[in-house]
Ligand binder design. Structure first.
Ligand code: KIV
Ligand code: ZN
Length: 516
């Protein structure tokens, strides 16, 4: 896929499962990654960066599972320019129909001197060697110059010349620290394409972080100046302030085709369902005023706007809500749906359950939910399955019973029964509200000493009978986890989320961070 052949196609490289997963507490299980990967494939992304294979055996297995199951998108693993990383990445993608290795090394003085402790010549040699090792596994090799934004132009050109000569097919220019601004970033892309030899033989890519809120603007500036691959994430998830948001890039290119004259392979009606899925799985809520996927993105509050939209939609709307998948949430099942209908709908959603025990347990949960809420939406099923899988995997604590009392003029009180490693324990506590009382009661049992960094409640679908989805972020000893819980009763959802967070803290999974 060379620049000259694909000139008006913008390649969408999604790194939700890798850079997105580097957000605090966003780490995902293999099953969750697979579910998101299937949805990304349905969305039509060209490349799925499924993880960093050398991070841990869990990451390796997740990439391998994604590689085996995804047929339309290219599946990619990140690898530092280190032989072991590259061999792990190569093995992880070996069963992919289309597999890519994305290898990187930092090229800025500040990174080379302080982090890598390598000279320019050593970095240059290693970059070349990394591409050669990668080519032993696939001819689809991407090279990134980490911290390109603060790298000296002459050195960048030298490194890119060298890696292209040995066979890198995609050259990625990252603004690793979110430092650039659009005019400057666009100029840098143009200058690189002009100065690097054989630049028309490769795809130029950009990867921007959002520390100054300009990740999307910078990515688009790079596209205006010749980049034909954008690295981005769903909901802009990612390290620190996040990465460029896929939905904003895709819709900008589509809505302003007059300026970009580019196409993508994205089915935009899958944008909102993908955003919801990523939010449910990672526990990162989407802010209501977020472009494209925020709940208010197409809501017209002011009378003047409403009047205009009713008379002629384009007065205030530049995109149609249904084109990005709003209003597509479907009632998928109801109270009378049987086990087969349940299993079939899960399969249609990309949730392929092999174990009969899991199906039975999930079906029992579904029946409980359908008793409380007559219409079950796809989003409810995703939340239900996330709970089912996490409880299967790591259930040190399990909620058995919760009773809360709150009344105007009295202090709220909670009585909770939990199973701790199979043994039933009870505790009670008062608190500022029923949720506070519940968390305090749980802590009396768990005594975790963790710090509650975030508590958020969102409704999964609309209406007061909707399930509330609660996320808690717990921090302990340098580790951060997000716990999630869903229920039509938000106090019970909160208890489930807290317990889920504690269970994640219990599991001692350690993973290496690629950039540290
Ligand atoms: O931000 C960055 O530089 C990265 C690289 C690994 C591409 O994520
Ligand atoms: Zn990054």
């Amino acid at each position: 896929m060379q620049q000259e052949i694909q000139n008006n196609k913008l390649i969408i490289f999604d790194t939700t499962l890798r850079d997105g997963e580097q957000s605090p507490g966003a780490s995902m299980t293999q099953e969750e990654k697979l579910r998101i990967a299937r949805q990304l494939e349905k969305l039509g992304v060209d490349v799925i960066e499924a993880g960093f294979a050398a991070a841990s055996p869990g990451d390796f297995n997740s990439i391998s599972a994604v590689a085996k199951n995804i047929k339309e998108s290219t599946v990619c693993s990140l690898a530092r320019a280190v032989e072991n990383d590259i061999r792990k990445a190569g093995e992880a993608i070996q069963h992919a129909k289309k597999g890519r290795i994305h290898t990187f090394i930092a090229t800025s003085k500040i990174h080379m001197e302080n982090k890598l402790r390598m000279s320019e010549d050593e970095v240059l040699d290693r970059a070349v060697q990394a591409v050669k090792w990668s080519l032993e596994y696939t001819d689809d090799v991407e090279f990134s110059a980490e911290d390109a934004v603060r790298s000296e132009m002459d050195f960048l050109v030298k490194v890119f010349n060298a890696v292209i000569k040995v066979g890198a097919k995609t050259i990625n220019v990252p603004d690793t620290v979110g430092y650039s601004i659009p005019g400057v970033w666009g100029e840098r892309m143009k200058a690189l394409i002009n100065q690097v030899e054989n630049s028309s033989k490769v795809i130029w890519s950009t990867h921007c972080h959002n520390d100054l809120g300009m990740a999307v603007a910078n990515s688009l500036a790079a596209v205006m100046n010749g980049a034909r691959q954008v690295e981005c994430t769903i909901n802009g998830l990612g390290e620190r302030a996040g990465n460029a948001s896929l939905e904003e890039i895709v819709m900008a290119v589509k809505t302003r085709k007059d300026l970009f004259n580019l196409t993508t392979s994205i089915d935009t009606t899958q944008i909102v369902p993908t955003s919801r899925l990523v939010s449910t799985i990672t526990g990162y809520p989407v802010q209501p005023n977020k472009a494209i996927v925020g709940a208010n993105a197409f809501a017209h509050e002011s009378g003047i706007h409403q009047d205009g939209v009713l008379k002629h939609r384009e007065t205030y709307e530049i995109m149609r809500a249904q084109d990005v998948g709003w209003g597509a949430n479907k009632i998928s099942l109801g109270k009378l749906s049987g086990r087969n209908a349940f299993k079939t709908r899960l399969q249609e959603l990309g949730i392929d359950i092999q174990s009969e025990d899991i199906i039975n347990a999930a079906f029992a949960r579904f029946k409980d939910l359908a008793d409380k809420k007559s219409e079950i939406f796809d989003e409810d099923l995703h939340a239900l399955m996330s709970e089912e899988y996490t409880s299967e995997a790591i259930e040190h604590y399990k909620l058995i019973h919760l009773k809360t009392m709150s009344e105007t003029g009295t202090t709220p009180h909670a009585v909770i029964k939990i199973s701790e490693n199979g043994k039933e324990v009870m505790a009670e506590s008062s608190g500022g509200g029923p949720v506070d009382a519940t968390f305090k009661a749980i802590e009396k049992i768990a005594n975790s000493g963790s710090e509650l960094q975030l508590y958020s409640v969102n409704n999964i679908t609309s209406g007061t009978d909707a399930q509330g989805e609660v996320t808690v972020r717990l921090a302990k000893g340098g580790r951060i986890v997000n716990g999630q819980g869903a229920d039509t009763d938000i106090v019970i959802a909160s208890a489930k989320a807290y317990i889920n967070g504690l269970n994640k803290l219990q599991s001692k999974l350690e993973r290496a961070h690629p950039q540290v």
